[in-house]
Design a binder for this molecule. Structure first.
Ligand code: FE2
Ligand code: FE2
Length: 382
């Protein structure tokens, strides 16, 4: 494009005029083919030229049946509607579903098309949305699967869920931060996580891309309940509060409070199914094991620092456990970062509980690295 065009003065193309919007940041052009924030008359010629070129290109793409290129040349908020417009032209089922899948994953305004999408989801070929890797994960799922959905006060129903509690929690709070909370009716709103159980046969598709471990399913087929944190005795709650206060990273970090709470809950569930497993030690592990992290990377020896923290709490008389229990807790904390397995049921339960949460960083837990049978059996069920 000739850059002198920026000096050219001309009126905006008549096709673009209806797409000019006054927004909180100023005048914006939001046409399906041309987006321009902070639009001024100075930009008219440039936008007109872009529009003319893109219009010509999409015409050719459609003629050549290059459907994917056709869609991606459109601006993001319009891609799903363009797909729905041309979907009857795509005869190859594999092409149809893989294109739909990539638009679905990229789309931020799905709710606008919910009725049309409901229809698409009834199609018997929907599993073609999955890649080979997605199919493998789907194959490995048990008959009943625990799934999570993050939302604000409303919007609890929907087709999009996740195998990862952390991802759902993140999704529920993505629009606000600790510095800028959302206040509803005078109360700071926490994002809500609804959890549910779905039969594997009712899962429409599993999408691992972007590390979201997304599960598509009809919300009417889910047994739902609100996410419940583990119950704590008062002294354990005080330990949690102290660890939280001293935590050096953000609460929402990958190793922050959401992670501790889920590891704690996993560990207690594993303990319920494991003989000779110490419930109090595994619960304290959930709360303490990552509490002395200094960064989100490897952070060598954060386990040892957690073990030392546990020891100091014990010496201050705050941990109501025996010396033997302390030793187990210290070992579990110190070595949890080393990627080992343990024959000890308590230490094994701790490490498995942590391992089950690898989905939050996009990793599918590897069955080879589980220490307890219950930990492995509970994969995708807690
Ligand atoms: Fe850790
Ligand atoms: Fe952890």
């Amino acid at each position: 494009m000739d850059m002198n065009i920026l000096n050219k003065k001309e009126p905006l193309h008549e096709d673009l005029i209806p797409y000019l919007q006054n927004t909180s940041i100023g005048l914006c052009l939001k046409h399906p083919l041309v987006f321009n924030l902070f639009h001024t008359d100075q930009m008219n010629a440039f936008c007109n030229e872009q529009y003319k070129q893109k219009k010509e290109t999409i015409k050719n793409y459609l003629k050549e049946k290059e459907f994917s290129s056709f869609i991606w040349l459109h601006e993001r908020p319009f891609r799903m509607s363009k797909f729905l417009e041309i979907s009857d032209l795509i005869k190859d089922q594999k092409q149809y579903w893989s294109l739909f899948s990539s638009i679905w994953i990229d789309c931020e305004n799905i709710y606008q098309y919910k009725n049309l999408i409901k229809k698409i989801f009834k199609d018997k070929n929907i599993k073609l949305m999955m890649t080979k890797e997605d199919e493998k994960l789907y194959k490995d799922l048990p008959d009943e699967v625990k799934i999570f959905r993050g939302h604000q006060k409303y919007n609890k129903m929907g087709y999009s869920w996740s195998l990862s509690h952390f991802k759902a929690k993140w999704f529920s709070e993505r629009f606000y931060t600790e510095e800028l909370p959302i206040v509803t009716e005078g109360i700071v709103t926490e994002g809500i996580v609804t959890e549910g159980i779905i039969n594997k046969k009712d899962i429409l598709a599993v999408l691992k891309s972007r590390g979201e471990f997304e599960i598509l399913c009809d919300p009417m087929k889910i047994k739902k309940e609100r996410f419940k944190k583990a119950k704590r005795e008062n002294w354990i709650q005080s330990i949690f509060e102290q660890a939280r206060k001293e935590f050096a990273l953000k609460e929402k970090s990958y190793h922050g409070i959401w992670h501790w709470e889920k590891v704690e809950r996993n560990a207690l569930e594993i303990a319920n199914h494991t003989e000779l497993c110490d419930h109090i030690v595994v619960q304290l592990f959930g709360i303490l094991h990552d509490s002395k992290r200094k960064d989100e990377n490897e952070d060598l020896n954060h386990g040892l620092r957690a073990a030392n923290f546990a020891k100091s709490l014990y010496e201050e008389g705050k941990l109501l456990i025996t010396k033997k229990q302390l030793q187990k807790l210290e070992t579990a904390c110190e070595f949890h970062e080393k990627g080992e397995i343990s024959k000890d049921p308590t230490i094994g339960a701790c490490w498995d509980a942590d391992r089950l949460e690898l989905t939050r960083v996009g990793i599918t837990p590897n069955p080879k690295f589980f220490s307890t049978k219950a930990g492995l059996d509970l994969m995708w069920k807690v």
